[in-house]
Design a protein around this ligand. Structure first.
Ligand code: MN
Ligand code: MN
Length: 469
């Protein structure tokens, strides 16, 4: 008896003093479960509708307009509750809801990226070989190249014609559309190929997309399959071969987002990284019910997967310029506003994969279904290239989560010496903004088909909503 009593005292003390990690799906109420599944049906529709940065911007602008957002203009009259947006070159967008407190007290920013790893077409993509037509590609972002062979691909983007007019392309998403494919070698003849290292099983110059096979019926010319393809493209898009030079065409997996598992707890899709944080951060802004104290800003940016360089990535000044223009409208200046602002860098983290346990340190890894992940720092080895959030800011984020009943966890991307990765956090922190990474844990990150848990998606939405509201 006394031993039992002693144990229970220890248990009580343990509960009080020691941290315990718990499956969020276990703790969710019935009501939360229902809301979670409903939210995720909307997310799946977004995944299928917006597979590229341009399509994500289009989707966001359309939804924002319906929610009463108007284009932001310099020196416009703004008052608390006003909703504005500014698009950057059709590939990034900033949206804001003006808060009630003075702008010099800072803004709350949620920043996610809407570009995902993919195969870009080269500027001279089209060729014929042995009476088959192909597109040459140049992969974008960090991929395991072999994963991109022998899967159905769709093609998205824009072509600017010689006269400067622009035509949109989206082929392979509709059930009636054709799809495209990078071919791979049959195992029977792959003995030599299988001796290559995994990074070269399919080489960059072997990521050639098969796009046609029917020759143009004429004996006079050579490359008749290519001619047949050009005839189709000319009819459909009014283009000639030279127009590919001024095109941005992206081949992405043609898969639709689907539930995974008998219990439907997970979602499989292309490009959860980082459209899962883009959607949650965007919806959180749209769902702001009352005028927020701090002005709420959601940034959906481009080029994160290639290092955030270029005028549509977050190393560009476009966010700073927006804040400067916003500050001016409200009678303040950019440096004052940024210096007192806070940012959730909304990006995914690696989820612990029981099949590959050795790459992470389990005590500090993120788990599927354990809720939204807060990542204090990213970078690699000795925290190289990181923005390490201060204990004070982590403390504020922690209180925000707990106060709003959000299930959350911390997570580090893999073992210390192993690898690592970065997000846009460092570039926003460099503007003198308190910044921390917050997002969804993902299985098979950067594969053509990535996996997230619905509970984590919903908790991430709730986290952004609490932060922005
Ligand atoms: Mn990402
Ligand atoms: Mn990524």
């Amino acid at each position: 008896m006394s031993e039992n009593k002693e144990k229970s005292k220890a248990k009580l003390l343990q509960e009080k003093l020691c941290s315990e990690r718990k499956n969020a799906a276990l703790k969710m109420s019935k009501d939360d479960e229902w809301k979670c599944d409903d939210f995720c049906s909307g997310y799946k529709k977004f995944l299928d509708a917006a597979k590229t940065e341009r399509e994500a911007v289009e989707y966001a602008v359309e939804a924002a307009k319906k929610a009463g957002f108007i284009p932001f203009e310099k020196n416009m009259d703004l008052k608390p509750g006003d909703k504005v947006y500014r698009v950057n070159r059709e590939k990034a967008v900033i949206l804001a809801v003006i808060g009630s407190s003075p702008i010099e007290e800072g803004v709350h920013i949620a920043a996610a990226h809407i570009d995902s790893p993919r195969l870009d077409l080269k500027q001279h993509p089209l060729y014929e070989s042995e009476e088959l037509a192909y597109f040459k590609t140049h992969y974008y972002g960090g991929i395991k190249k072999y994963q991109w062979a022998a899967i159905p691909l769709s093609l998205h983007g824009v072509i600017v014609r010689a006269d400067g007019s622009k035509v949109k392309v989206s082929v392979g998403e509709d059930e009636c559309d054709p799809v495209f494919c990078v071919t791979d070698l049959l195992p029977h003849l792959a003995q030599e190929q299988m001796k290559r290292t995994a990074s070269e099983i399919i080489k960059g110059e072997e990521l050639n997309i098969l796009i046609g096979s029917r020759p143009f019926k004429d004996d006079e010319v050579s490359e008749r399959v290519k001619l047949g393809i050009m005839e189709i493209l000319n009819e459909k898009y009014g283009i000639t071969e030279d127009d590919f030079i001024s095109a941005e065409l992206e081949a992405v997996p043609a898969f639709k987002a689907r539930d995974i598992g008998f219990d439907r707890g997970l979602i499989g899709a292309y490009g959860h990284d980082d459209r899962v944080c883009a959607y949650t951060a965007f919806e959180a802004l749209l769902d702001i019910k009352e005028i927020p104290a701090k002005t709420a800003v959601t940034v959906l940016t481009d080029k994160e997967e290639t290092g955030s360089d270029g005028n549509t990535g977050l190393k560009s000044a476009y966010l700073k310029f927006f804040i400067a223009d916003l500050a001016q409208c409200l009678g303040s200046d950019c440096r004052t506003v940024l210096s007192s602002s806070e940012c959730l860098s909304a990006d995914v983290n690696a989820a612990f994969d029981p099949t590959f346990p050795d790459v992470v340190e389990k005590r500090n890894a993120a788990f599927v279904n354990y809720g939204v992940v807060v990542t204090k720092f990213t970078g690699s080895r000795g925290k190289s290239g990181t923005s390490d959030a201060s204990a004070e800011f982590v403390g504020r984020v922690r209180m925000l989560m707990d106060k709003n009943g959000i299930f959350w966890q911390t997570g580090e991307l893999g073992k210390v010496d192993l690898g690592g990765g970065g997000t846009v956090a460092a570039y926003i922190a460099n503007l003198n903004v308190d910044t921390i990474d917050v997002g969804v844990p993902v299985l098979c990150m950067h594969a053509p088909y990535e996996i997230v848990a619905k509970a984590d998606v919903y908790m991430t939405y709730k986290a952004f909503h609490a932060f922005l509201s």
